[in-house]
Design a protein around this ligand. Structure first.
Ligand code: WTA
Length: 665
């Protein structure tokens, strides 16, 4: 958990709060404060409000079946298709309106607009192609693609034929791809030749092919989108046997239509692998009815999305934020969703502001790590552009400190846009704790109250609610429709990781089951929750979750490394950065060569996002008498903080030695 003081450090004067702007309230989707009470009184029937935003092929019988906690079922016996909800139902009214506005990284490349009609057509064609390649209902299709339109097209095509997708972030390594394909037993891959990063074409297919080499079985088919080739920037790869060119498949299926498969509400829509406390990533399973209802409702209530908006979420679709709030939520509401391929600093630090001005974007949803970078670059960049089209700002992924909040509010929102600081997780499917922008006052640094109908509480280690102002653990005391249903093929780990801490595991009474997100938090007198950070061995680097075990096993895999311990150190832009303490094997020097090999090892096991900020070679690691590594101490050292009592260590002498090395680094 990040230290209380760090979070409070940059606090605004105590009690400074902001009211939602009047002009916003007048037009907001949700404005009646009674919603909190109503939802509480009508729980779980209140979730019909979410389900009503979705079109069902068959009405559900029951909102919640809680007979076998924590294996909850929502909207039982209902049937629907997510792609039909995101496409077909908008054709009549919004067929000619843009569904996706895509901006590539190269500034001289034409942007691409997909109207609902066009998107519908291409999704159908690709769905037909996938079927012809042999993809059947419930076959997991892995999608390893950067921010190009074919990524959401592939997701929606999968959804159309009832094949769950498992999207792997394009920045992940080949090895991470193989691990995820193997874990899901996925025999189909959709990928691309490459993409642009800060002006340079990157070879993505090489990485994908290397990943395929690590798959334990024969993959049935791979589809490759030619992203760079048409620009003359391709790497000249020949497609191997079983690899198909996307454009050829689309041409071969021109005009094909595929009737959306009616999926059971509880049928899997997708898998998303995320980091946990062991080396093995967790396959978070989301289902169709509850997830789609949840992201549609929260997009409407929290992001205030309306069909006529041009909504911009600057996340990557390879993470849950992009799934829920670039693809499914916004498209389900029939709005225009933006996609940008590149980074905010290419070709210059005003790229996002330029895009917002050009497209007259109405919402911006991004992460504190990006806001800290904007702040560092200075307000001259947003000042160059007219951002007055913006109505609402959002943040997600990590705690935002009040100074960054205020900067965002003033320099991007011109004090005219509410900010929603949304706490949620891959596992929750969508937002859980945040203000409703047309109702609640905002307190910079605090995400807000739980959403109506969400029962979030801050408790102590014994599960008792803590007093206002005291740090404790965030818990969710009642199930919600968007929740993960299990960890794929691992019910036992699902229970152990999320429920074991505060639940009575023998009970079949829902009230005895408590979900534990593994975040530290505190709550104030008004019920506003400030999230303090992870309390498990998971780091949050630039809003991305990285398991320390995954990192450590990557490092220990490097020749010459005997032992490693990874902790998070404070970082101005990334929030947290990877600090690796390493003991070398006999005969190896802790020198620059080894350091580089460790960095390379981590990049190839996970990806560049996991690159260690510092590698500290040490003859020993601080351990308790029972042999446990004292991570907290290593964290304090990384942050140059005061150390507590070290006398219980097996080897107290090592501490000073490590401190010196960190200081010198
Ligand atoms: C953190 C991202 C503080 C938290 C949607 C959570 C936040 C983890 C916030 C989930 C926020 C997310 N304030 N912390 N507004 N939003 N987090 O699964 O530690 O990538 O558990 O989902 O990010 O990360 P994940």
């Amino acid at each position: 958990m990040s230290d209380d003081d760090t979070v409070l450090e940059a606090r605004l004067p105590e009690g400074e709060t902001f009211d939602p702007p009047e002009a916003f309230i007048e037009e907001a989707n949700v404005t009646d404060p009674e919603i909190y009470e109503e939802f509480e009184e009508n729980w779980p029937a209140c979730w019909e409000t979410a389900a009503e935003l979705v079109d069902w092929d068959r009405e559900y019988d029951q909102v919640l079946d809680a007979s076998d906690p924590p294996f909850y079922e929502w909207f039982t016996d209902g049937k629907l298709n997510a792609s039909a909800n995101c496409l077909d139902r908008h054709l009549e009214d919004r067929g000619d309106e843009p569904a996706i506005e895509w901006v590539g990284e190269p500034t001289d490349e034409a942007d691409r607009t997909y109207t609902y009609e066009q998107l519908h057509r291409e999704v159908n064609e690709f769905a037909a192609a996938l079927r012809d390649l042999g993809v059947g209902e419930d076959d997991v299709v892995t999608v390893y693609m950067p921010m190009i339109p074919e990524l959401p097209i592939a997701m929606l095509a999968c959804a159309r034929i009832g094949a769950p997708h498992s999207v792997v972030f394009a920045g992940f390594s080949a090895q991470a791809l193989s691990t995820r394909m193997n874990a899901a037993d996925s025999s189909y891959l959709v990928t691309c030749d490459g993409y642009y990063r800060r002006g340079d074409p990157l070879d993505h297919l090489e990485k994908a092919n290397e990943g395929l080499d690590g798959v334990d079985y024969d993959v049935d088919a791979t589809v490759v989108v030619d992203r760079l080739g048409p620009n003359g920037d391709g790497f000249g790869h020949d497609l191997a046997d079983g690899q198909h060119d996307y454009a050829t498949l689309i041409a071969d299926h021109e005009g094909a239509t595929v009737a959306p498969v009616s999926r059971d509400a509880e049928d899997m829509l997708f898998l998303m692998y995320t980091s946990g406390t062991t080396g093995q990533p967790k396959g978070v399973k989301h289902t169709t009815g509850g997830y789609l209802s949840w992201v549609t409702w929260t997009s409407q209530a929290v992001l205030d999305v309306k069909p006529e908006d041009t909504y911009f979420c600057a996340a990557d679709i390879g993470w849950i934020t992009g799934h829920s709030y670039i693809v499914y939520g916004p498209l389900s509401l029939g709005t225009t969703t933006m996609m940008y391929e590149g980074t905010p600093d290419y070709p210059d630090n005003d790229r996002l502001w330029e895009i917002i001005e050009e497209y007259e974007a109405t919402q911006l949803y991004t992460a504190p790590t990006a806001i800290r970078a904007f702040m560092k670059w200075g307000e001259e960049y947003p000042d160059r552009h007219d951002l007055s089209s913006l109505r609402l700002l959002g943040t997600v992924g990590e705690p935002i400190n009040p100074r960054a909040w205020k900067w965002y509010y003033t320099n991007i929102g011109d004090e005219a846009c509410p900010i929603v600081d949304t706490w949620w997780q891959t596992e929750t499917g969508g937002m859980m704790v945040t203000t409703l922008p047309g109702i609640c006052e905002m307190k910079p640094g605090a995400a807000g109250p739980p959403l109506p109908g969400v029962d979030a509480q801050v408790v102590d280690a014994a599960g008792e609610e803590v007093e206002a102002g005291r740090a404790g653990y965030l818990t969710i005391q009642k199930p919600w429709p968007g929740m993960l249903r299990t960890l794929y093929r691992n019910d036992e780990r699902f229970i152990r990781e999320y429920w074991a801490e505060y639940s009575d595991l023998d009970s079949d009474d829902m009230d005895d089951w408590v979900y534990s997100p593994e975040d530290g938090a505190k709550i104030d007198e008004d019920g506003y929750i400030t999230v303090l950070g992870r309390v498990d061995d998971v780091l949050n680097v630039s809003g991305h979750r990285l398991g320390t075990m995954e990192l450590e096993s990557a490092i220990v895999g490097v020749e010459g490394v005997a032992e490693a311990a990874v902790v998070g150190g404070d970082h101005e832009l990334k929030g947290e950065a990877v600090y690796a303490y390493v003991i070398t094997e006999d005969g190896y020097e802790g020198d620059e060569t080894l350091r580089q090999r460790i960095v390379d090892g981590v990049e190839s096991a996970i990806g560049p996002i996991a690159r260690p900020e510092q590698v500290i070679f040490t003859p020993d690691l601080p351990k308790t008498r029972s042999g446990k590594i004292m991570r907290r101490l290593l964290e304090n050292i990384a942050n140059g903080e005061e150390l507590g009592n070290t006398s219980t260590l097996q080897n107290p002498g090592v501490v000073e030695d490590i401190q010196e090395k960190v200081r010198d680094a």
